[in-house]
Design a protein around this ligand. Structure first.
Ligand SMILES: Cc1ncc(COP(=O)(O)O)c(C=O)c1O
Length: 369
């Protein structure tokens, strides 16, 4: 039984190097502190149309964009309900891809997995083989672009390209821990639905989920007998077309923060943002190679989360705790069963090589490297 623990007023601020939530700019936090307004006022249309259109511009896509008041998990459910009649193929190579498969199973879909050892990347040849071998085919391939539990960046582009040969198989991409920090050409790689959560590389507070939806995905949902209500593409996009608003009351303060941060992101531009993330990832990998090892298969390391292999057998839990207590910096131990075998550094959002170096210096001090 969980017992009540009093929330206090004096927690020390910690700099977040987690794989999300990550650091949020001060002016973005402040943007939330406005007197409330109604979600059917004109002002709401100004706000929602601004964040939707700015997001399209940032992602460099003509696909439609939905911003929902929910965490990213909502789009595992919604994409499954909107696009899958019966069968889905899900390559699994870590905790989040396994969860994506599990969500579809819980929704009653017939899921075939291609299973990989943790740390390995999905191989496009295996995806093609599974598509070729299947008699009935698949309504969609669902996959995680950036496996947050292992720090693997999967070759989504190649898989999207090969799916061009299977027009009845839609492509659903969970880009939750990388979109906004690892640029992807959405239309160029046949992606029908790609989604993220705001607390990751968008560097906003948690609570909103963003999905870019292709015309074909919208059409498929229209033809289906059942679909998600809350995350239905038709309901959300038609409402946007008619009124420029959301179908139900959104998290207005979070959308105010979104507007502010998306302006910063546009000012930087997706190319410069991608490059900054590349530099942070390269720095972190180099540091990891010097002192430890890298958990992901070589050549498939994430641009937003480095999963360091604990080759020196340091006490990961103790190091995380001491860095937090002595330096007020939060990073993550390994995920689940690999909790002590690895640890993870989130270099996403507004971080820079300089700020990441402050963390690696702290780890060096505490672990006596
Ligand atoms: C790859 C991936 N998918 C899904 C999720 C779930 O996202 P949310 O907590 O926003 O629902 C996460 C969260 O860390 C993730 O990293």
């Amino acid at each position: 039984m969980t017992e009540k623990r009093e929330y206090k007023d004096d927690y020390p601020d910690k700099t977040l190097y987690l794989p999300g939530p990550t650091e949020v700019r001060e002016d973005v936090i402040e943007a939330m502190c406005e007197p409330m307004f109604g979600h059917r006022m004109d002002r709401m249309t100004d706000l929602y149309t601004t964040i939707v259109e700015d997001t399209k511009e940032f992602l460099d896509t003509d696909n439609d964009v939905v911003v929902l008041s929910a965490s990213g998990t909502e789009f595992w459910e919604a994409t499954t309900l909107n696009l899958i009649d019966d069968r889905m193929l899900v390559p699994t190579s870590g905790s989040f891809s396994e969860r994506q498969a599990n969500v579809a199973e819980r929704l009653g879909k017939d899921v075939d997995r291609i299973e990989y050892e943790w740390g390995k990347a999905v191989n496009p040849d295996d995806v093609r083989a599974a598509l070729e071998e299947s008699d009935e085919g698949y309504d969609a391939v669902g996959m995680v672009m950036n496996e947050t539990s292992t720090g693997v960046r999967n070759p989504v582009e190649e898989i999207g390209d090969l799916l061009g040969d299977y027009p009845d198989t839609y492509f659903v991409v969970d880009a939750i821990s990388c979109l906004g920090g690892d640029f992807i050409d959405i239309e160029g790689h046949n992606i029908d639905a790609i989604f993220t959560s705001t607390q990751k590389a968008f560097a906003m507070p948690p609570g909103l989920a963003v999905c870019a939806v292709s015309d074909a995905a919208y059409e498929r949902e229209v033809e289906k007998e059942s679909a998600s209500w809350y995350g239905g593409f038709q309901r959300t996009l038609d409402y946007y077309d008619r009124k420029g608003q959301t179908h139900s009351t959104p998290a207005i303060p979070l959308m105010l923060a979104y507007r502010k941060q998306m302006k910063h992101m546009l000012e930087e531009g997706h190319e410069a943002r991608d490059e900054r993330h590349r530099e942070m990832a390269e720095y972190t990998r180099e540091w990891a190679r010097e002192h430890f090892g890298l958990y992901p298969e070589e050549g498939y390391e994430s641009q937003t989360v480095t999963c360091v292999e604990n080759t020196r057998d340091i006490d990961v839990a103790e190091t995380v705790k001491t860095v937090s207590e002595e330096y007020d910096m939060a990073f993550s131990s390994g995920y689940g069963d690999i909790g002590e075998e690895s640890f993870r550094i989130g270099h996403m959002g507004e971080h820079t090589v300089e700020s990441i170096t402050e963390l690696t210096d702290a780890i060096e001090d505490v672990a006596d490297l």
